[in-house]
Design a protein around this ligand. Structure first.
Ligand code: IPE
Ligand code: IPE
Ligand code: MG
Length: 211
């Protein structure tokens, strides 16, 4: 049985600020480097059997950060969404943005709508960017995404931070110390390999004991 293109991988892309701090750079430089990591990961995903990739880019709680950092992130998202369209089309990637839109800056909302419609025909990979996302809010609003197979968090913290609580009910969890800007195709491959080495039981019995 082929499982290619069926994996739903979700990633909490954490560690941009610390990555920058260690280099004596402003936090925003970490976010810029993080956007480049996104590009590499999106490119590598289909070859690893990933059919859907959901990336946590901005949480509903991230509005608590300094206005300058928030504004820079919003500009970065708009730039990413506009600049990536040709590459997404080339790679057969369909972009969807999940989360609230009513609090995002208008130019970003416009860029999102344009990118979503331009890439709507992509069938190789569904790339979901979670922006102003809160899982508790989504559950309350009745918004559901597909179940997550593998949930990865970079940056060393071992928590979900209000990401895909419902959808990760049986997700395999994978935490790495690597800061997001340093996360590359080989790291994603290692995460997927670890996933395949796990035994998922969904409350049933191991294969060997069943039957
Ligand atoms: C993740 O990196 C990106 C966002 C939350 C927008 P952080 O900005 O949280 O980086 P750290 O955790 O401070 O290193
Ligand atoms: C989670 O990272 C949100 C994103 C990666 C977008 P945070 O850095 O905001 O999470 P906490 O504050 O460490 O839980
Ligand atoms: Mg963080």
């Amino acid at each position: 049985m082929s499982q290619s293109s069926s994996l739903h991988v979700a990633i909490v892309m954490d560690g941009n600020g610390r990555w920058a701090g260690r280099r004596g750079l402003p936090r925003v430089a970490g976010h810029r480097a993080g956007a480049e990591a996104v590009r590499r990961i999106v490119e590598a995903a289909p070859g690893l059997g990933i059919g859907a990739l959901t990336l946590y880019a901005f949480s509903a709680d991230n509005w608590k950060r300094a206005p300058g950092e928030v504004a820079a992130l919003m500009r970065l998202f708009a730039r990413y969404v506009r600049a990536e369209v040709p590459r997404l089309l080339e790679g057969g990637v369909r972009l969807e943005v999940v989360g609230r839109r009513d609090r995002l800056p208008v130019p970003l909302v416009t860029a999102i709508a344009a990118a979503e419609s331009a890439t709507a025909g992509g069938v190789r990979l569904v790339l979901r960017l979670a922006l102003d996302y809160s899982s508790r809010w989504a559950i309350g609003a009745g918004v559901r995404l597909p179940d997550v197979d593998l949930l990865v968090r970079t940056g060393g913290e071992q928590r979900l931070s209000d990401f895909l609580l419902w959808e990760s009910a049986y997700a395999e969890l994978y935490f790495v110390e690597t800061m997001w800007p340093d996360f590359g195709a080989a790291d994603l491959a290692a995460a997927v390999a670890a996933f395949h080495a796990r035994e998922r039981r969904f409350g049933g019995l191991p294969e060997a004991a069943a039957g």
